[in-house]
Ligand binder design. Structure first.
Ligand SMILES: N[C@@H](CCC(=O)N[C@@H](CS)C(=O)NCC(=O)O)C(=O)O
Length: 239
């Protein structure tokens, strides 16, 4: 675990105890990886920020000798993101977003309409379980610019499938805004894909390009990008 006041210094046991005690009392805590690289962390962070749900962030630098030990202080699953709500720990980006949607029902993190909500859940599950070629050959690196790189046949097929998903959602539900009209968990889930398409110079049909621009301009995504750009660590690729 890192020292919150001085992120380059590992936290002491007392500091770890204090953070956990703090969490037990009220505040939501989201444990994440580096903003430039951790696509899985970006999803719930963007959802929390977009829906104005107060939380405190703990950032653990990935790929360091003590990364696993630091993550294990919060979850034995050994992966970020991790949400801590009092005594409860929720790990995995999709489980975290589902938990938030349940806890903050009035905020409609999922689309309100049943059919739209079922589609939104389907595309998030698809994001969660597919697109491994895109993930490995076009890993998220917000600060980088690598136009044309990473286009393996399989990555190209993933790009094609994602375009199909976006086209379908925007024409059926999106009313030319976000995938289901209002910003939802679905957009938070695909925001890291938008980051990849930007880094690797993937150009899509004008309507999809305009959707990507709206995602990039969303205040929550904009904040994540700014904070990713302010990071200084250089890590190997992450998927
Ligand atoms: N399916 C998980 C995947 C999480 C994941 O793979 N996180 C990576 C960082 S992006 C991680 O924690 N890696 C641990 C490490 O690098 O030590 C989720 O959705 O939360």
């Amino acid at each position: 675990m890192q020292n919150i006041d001085n992120p380059s210094t590992p936290a002491t046991d007392a500091e770890v105890a204090s953070v956990l005690e703090h969490a037990r009392r009220a505040e939501l805590i989201l444990v994440i990886g580096n903003k430039n690289y951790s696509s899985w962390s970006m999803r719930p962070w963007v959802a929390l920020t977009a829906f104005d749900i107060p939380f405190r962030e703990i950032r653990i630098c990935l790929d360091q000798p003590d990364t696993s030990a630091r993550i294990a202080e919060y979850s034995l699953a050994g992966r970020v993101p991790i949400l801590i709500d009092g005594d409860l720990t929720v790990w995995d980006s999709l489980a975290i977003c589902e938990y938030l949607a349940e806890q903050y029902k009035e905020k409609n993190l999922w689309p309100h309409d049943t059919a739209a909500r079922a589609s939104a859940r389907s595309i998030c599950a698809e994001m969660h379980s597919s697109f491994s070629a895109l993930r490995s050959s076009m890993s998220m690196d917000i600060r980088a610019s690598r136009p044309g790189e990473g286009r393996t046949t399989q990555a190209q097929a993933d790009i094609g499938r994602i375009s199909e998903i976006w086209e379908e959602c925007l024409s059926r539900y999106g009313a030319h805004q976000f995938l289901f009209g209002q910003f939802s968990i679905a957009d938070a889930f695909y925001a890291p894909v938008v980051m990849r398409f930007q880094t690797y110079g993937v150009f899509l049909a004008p309507a999809l390009q305009a959707y990507m621009e709206r995602v990039i301009a969303h205040p929550a995504v904009e904040r994540w990008i700014d904070e990713a750009k302010a990071e200084i660590e250089m890590l190997p690729d992450h998927n």
